[in-house]
Structure formats: C-alpha cells, structure tokens
Design a protein around this ligand. Structure first.
Ligand SMILES: [Zn+2]
Length: 198
C-alpha cells in the first residue's frame, strides 16, 4: 500500500478501525468510494454533522443529540423500570419488539478482562448511582448469553443485592452464545415476558 498517496492510506486505516472490517475490506470500500466523488461529499458532510452533534444521554448513555435521549425524556415511558444492556444495538433490538416500556442503561460493553474491560471501565457505578437516586422498582438485565454476558450478569446481580430493587434476567429463550442484537423479535419478546427474578 506504500505506493498509494498518503490521504488514501489514511482513509484505509480509518475504515480498518471499524469493527468487522479488516484491511482487505477497508481497502475495497475506499477504492470503491474514491470513484464516487458525490458520495464522498455526502459522507463527509454526514460525518461532520455527526461529529458536531453527537452527545450521550447523561442518564442512560444512549445516543442523543442534546441532553437526555428521546427514551429518557418520554413521559409515556415507565421511569421505574430499567433494562440494562451492553450497547446501542441492543436498545434497537429490544425497541423493535415493542415489549418494553421502561428506560435503559447502557453499560458500553461487557466485562472481559482479556480485552481490558474490567467493571470500572463500564457504566456500572453509574447504574448503582441511578438506583440510589431514583425510585427504581425493577432492573432487567438483558445481556448476551456469552461468557462475557454471563460474567457481567453475575457481577451485576451480586452488586444489586445491596439495593432494594427487584432484579430479573431475560428468560433462556435466547440460544447460548447468541447476541441480543441478532435474536429474532419473537424470541426476544418472549425472553422479556418470561424474565426470571434473580
Ligand atoms: Zn437516556
């Protein structure tokens, strides 16, 4: 790739940082994009807008364009039930089921010591603070059925024992090793309905 101009190599490096891409796909995407000048302009404008406007909700840490996110500030949502998820894609999956009317808490990952993701790197302390400050009735832990998801659920259930709040976990409808974001809506709906108290 040394033969390419610097700005192209830089672009390839940036795409390569995205999850699930890799250097080959990254180069393919960039080469394709470079032949579509109008698309490059649209993409760069969209990215610039995202850079200038993106905020994270100070309460649940979901994406927001300013202050509280649309879910936290919606008066129709039950503010006493919190669903704990790993990231944005899980909120998306659960919202699509139309089964949950509470609010969320995004941990921004799962406990994974091998990847350096220890509990202090996740928004776990912030969750405990929310429970202490707000009048929360129930916490539903909705994490992937993976080793990391199980470890995080265990950690949270121990931590939440110190709070007077009902703690439940999604029912085992979700196949072992499956990610919430890839679970079909019907399975996810029934896992929510049949959640088990911890
Ligand atoms: Zn929020």
């Amino acid at each position: 790739m040394q033969y390419l101009p610097d700005f192209i190599r830089k672009l390839i490096d940036e795409f390569d940082k995205l999850p699930g891409i890799g250097p080959k796909t990254s180069a393919k995407l960039v080469f394709d994009l470079l032949h579509r000048k109008e698309d490059i302009r649209e993409l760069s404008q969209a990215l610039d807008k995202a850079y200038k406007n993106i905020h994270f909700c100070p309460q649940c840490f979901d994406l927001s364009n300013d202050g509280l996110c649309n879910i936290c500030k919606n008066p129709q949502r039950d503010q006493t039930v919190i669903c704990v998820v790993a990231g944005n894609q899980d909120v998306d999956a659960i919202e699509k089921t139309n089964e949950f009317n509470g609010i969320y808490h995004l941990l921004n990952g799962l406990i994974s010591p091998l990847e350096g993701l220890t509990p202090d790197k996740l928004k776990i302390k912030e969750l405990a603070d929310r429970l202490a400050k707000n009048n929360i009735r129930e916490v539903i832990i909705a994490l992937d059925q993976s080793l990391e998801g199980e470890a995080t659920t265990l950690y949270l259930s121990k931590l939440l024992k110190n709070h007077s709040v009902k703690v439940s976990q999604l029912a085992r409808g979700i196949p072992m090793g499956a990610n919430i974001e890839y679970t079909d809506q019907a399975t996810l709906s029934s896992a929510l309905q049949n959640r088990k108290e911890l």
